[in-house]
Design a protein around this ligand. Sequence first.
Ligand code: NAD
Ligand code: IPM
Ligand code: MG
Length: 366
Amino acid sequence: MEKRVAVLPGDGVGPEVIEAAVKILQVIERRFNHTFKFTHGLIGGSAIDKHGNPLPNETIALCEESDAVLLGAVGGPKWDQSPSEIRPEKGLLAIRKHFGLFANLRPVKAVPSLLQASPLKEEVAKNVDLLIVRELTGGLYFGEPSRRTENSAVDTLVYTREEIERIVEKAFELARLRRGKVASVDKANVLQTSKLWREVVEEKKKGYPDIEVEHMLVDSTAMKLITNPGAFDVIVTENMFGDILSDEASVITGSLGVLPSASLRSDGFGLYEPVHGSAPDIAGQGKANPAAAILSAAMMLKYSFGMDTEAAVIEEAVNAVFEDGFFTADLAMEGQRVLSTKEWTDKVVNELDIQSVSDCIMYTYA
Ligand SMILES: NC(=O)c1ccc[n+]([C@@H]2O[C@H](COP(=O)([O-])OP(=O)(O)OC[C@H]3O[C@@H](n4cnc5c(N)ncnc54)[C@H](O)[C@@H]3O)[C@@H](O)[C@H]2O)c1
Ligand SMILES: CC(C)[C@H](C(=O)O)[C@@H](O)C(=O)O
Ligand SMILES: [Mg+2]
């Protein structure tokens, strides 16, 4: 298969982890005889520096001509004092909105060999396999008015029925492919938008009698995510709650550096990026864990290109490298060897090569 991929490394550790993800995709190209045409573009702070705009028209045009987008991360202290319209994060929000990427999928899976780095007790964290379905183009991030005066500030939380319907349907459909349980998370004891959210979930669930639905308040969900994360299958929630809960959920897995994400619209086009940010504290030092970016690339293969086997092969290779005891600084325990971003990526490349040889042996003996 031939696919065009827009590559937007962004800022901070973005370019480091995206280089790793592209390297892995190139191994997949060779092994499965695909052609991925990678074209690089600017977003975030690096785009502000060159064009004075966090999402230049060239970048939008590049993404429009592509079959999927692979993004690193945006932001950093260099642009923290920029006026809000030309902050790096605006570029990220604008690309999500421009392409209508309303469904943000953030899977959280406990990998046994990583539990050493989780502050949760092993019996609490093990077997966690949940999916946060975060609404991505509405809510507080986009509501108008949004303004600031010297002594006051306004942000507006707005959701339409239609925006809630499409994300809730997406969550129900995804739950059908999993364990059939949806926790709809809101703040319906206070917010009007949450009351509408609950009403829509109640209506929609009539079309999905096979799905078990529970309404939960976001504050107690935040607690349960740490005390009993194994109880969750799919969590569907609005933009800001999903943002916060997903960083919280990363604690279960041992590091934010392993959480991937897919931002989708209905026709299969998608943007794929790690859940983490530009990590300015470790940027440029070869310390970043590239697993989240590599697993985001795997999600791209699965959700935009229908390459389920290739995606599974990447996931297996990543887990095998962890299983073999190879870690970057965020996951290594005292006394364990710490690998750099590049060294760890090369372990995954090796693992993919080993798998490939063992496939050949299997074919020979079949
Ligand atoms: N999708 C995005 O582009 C995105 C997401 C979140 C934050 N941001 C931006 O990133 C900047 C920094 O934000 P922050 O520090 O709050 O969050 P962050 O996610 O960048 O970092 C939080 C912590 O996690 C660590 N971390 C993150 N990614 C890691 C990786 N791959 N490997 C190892 N450790 C990793 C960092 O070192 C840091 O200690 C801000 O400008 C923020 O707006 C961007
Ligand atoms: C950088 C920021 C705008 C972004 C968000 O809040 O959506 C990030 O935290 C994320 O999780 O992708
Ligand atoms: Mg976030």
